[in-house]
Design a protein around this ligand. Structure first.
Ligand SMILES: *Cc1c(COP(=O)(O)O)cnc(C)c1O
Length: 391
């Protein structure tokens, strides 16, 4: 077969690694010296590309990586990333051996998990499996909650020397809200849980952490000695509510682009797309853009704006699986760039604008742009390389 280009379609995302690097450095600069930064690269780095983001974050000052599931940790090790990786979610006890072989750090919160997992590990381990104990201080997702659960876990740990407790952590449910009551309640509970654990376990645990982006940006002096930073590393605010109180400059790393494939002038009263939810109101220039819901550009984006030659153009008619139509205020050539998220001329469609349109949070937007959209990894203004998951 002949040499292939990285991709053959007119729709792509760009991931600006310089923005990732600046964000990591700026967030790190705002932390006390004793606080390390874990770069959270779960979900393919929130859709940005896990290996590239992890590598860039480690170069920029991150010392730990966080992922949600074992498979994501495996992908990073396959790419020869050797930094410590914490799997933030549950892994099955039967899979503990592969985690050990790959030197991963695991989240543990059930005594029964320790009892089962130890049976899947060889005797005479060269190195103990590193664990961070998850404590549920009010998120009610995973973690030990009660004295009984803690005592049982410590009991199980005392019957085996296969595990090393490296960390204690919890997750905050409201760090991105201005109202602080629940945050304070979780802080108090977590401090108590640490105390109880260390007293009964009989050792001080080296790493303690509770802060996501919002806590890292707002209360870095209350985050113990590690913060787990996701959304802000990608240049996005943890919530619109706290925009006014965060001082760290953040630069959006993700943008989404396409090119017009077809342009036509339609007379008044012509229907557009499935169900004819839009009809031209006069003679109108309509262009076709090759992105659709199979790209994660979901149908609820109908009636939103895109940018063409620095001007706004409205998405008209239903978004199809692979294509959509936009209304232009004048004739534009086929091949013209359509910016769906990002800067074009003097205007900027932010991830937050798309999130508002879809009545969701910015986190969801880059995550749902699907495998079918190639990611062009940008360094110093030009394409460094491309990830295309189709072939
Ligand atoms: C996803 C996640 C984070 C990162 O949160 P951001 O708000 O994106 O910074 C931190 N900790 C845990 C446990 C997570 O699951």
């Amino acid at each position: 077969m002949r040499q292939l280009h990285p991709f053959y379609r007119d729709t792509w995302a760009e991931v600006d690694l310089n923005a990732i690097s600046e964000n990591v450095k700026n967030i790190k600069d705002g932390l006390p010296k004793s606080v390390e930064l874990m770069a959270v690269v779960k979900a393919n780095a929130y859709g940005h590309g896990a290996v590239d983001v992890a590598t860039e974050a480690l170069k920029s000052g991150a010392t730990y990586l966080g992922v949600a599931i074992l498979d994501e940790a495996i992908a990073l090790r396959k790419a020869d990333i050797e930094a410590p990786i914490l799997v933030l979610g549950y892994i099955r006890p039967e899979d503990v051996a592969i985690a050990m072989e790959l030197n991963l750090t695991l989240t543990v919160f059930q005594s029964s998990w320790i009892d089962k997992a130890k049976q899947y590990l060889p005797e005479n381990l060269e190195k103990r499996v590193k664990c961070h104990i998850k404590m549920d201080s009010g998120m009610a997702r995973i973690g030990i909650r009660t004295d009984k659960e803690r005592q049982a876990l410590i009991e199980s740990l005392s019957h085996t020397d296969k595990f090393e407790v490296e960390g204690l952590y919890t997750h905050l449910a409201t760090a991105d809200e201005l109202e602080m009551t629940y945050f304070e309640k979780q802080q108090t509970r977590f401090a108590q849980m640490i105390n109880d654990f260390e007293r009964e376990y009989g050792e001080e645990i080296p790493i303690k952490h509770c802060g996501n982006s919002a806590a890292a940006l707002r209360f870095s002096d209350r985050c113990y000695n590690l913060v787990r930073v996701g959304i802000s590393m990608y240049g996005l605010s943890p919530s619109p509510e706290i925009n006014g109180v965060i001082n760290v400059p953040l630069k959006e790393a993700f943008s989404l682009h396409s090119r017009i494939t077809h342009v036509k002038k339609l007379p008044k009263g012509e229907g557009i797309s499935y169900g004819v939810t839009y009809e031209t109101t006069k003679e109108e220039w309509i262009a076709t853009v090759p992105i659709g819901y199979a790209d994660g550009w979901i149908r609820a984006n109908q009636s939103g704006d895109v940018l063409v030659q620095g001007r706004r153009a409205k998405i008209v008619g239903r978004i199809c699986m692979d294509q959509m139509m936009i209304l232009l205020d004048q004739k534009v050539s086929e091949g013209e760039i359509v910016t769906i998220i990002g800067k074009n001329g003097d205007d900027h469609i932010t991830v937050d604008e798309v999130a508002r349109r879809l009545q969701t949070i910015n986190y969801e937007i880059p995550c749902i742009i699907s495998y079918r959209v190639p990611r062009a990894i940008m360094k110093n203004g030009s394409v460094s390389h491309v990830h295309n998951e189709i072939f």
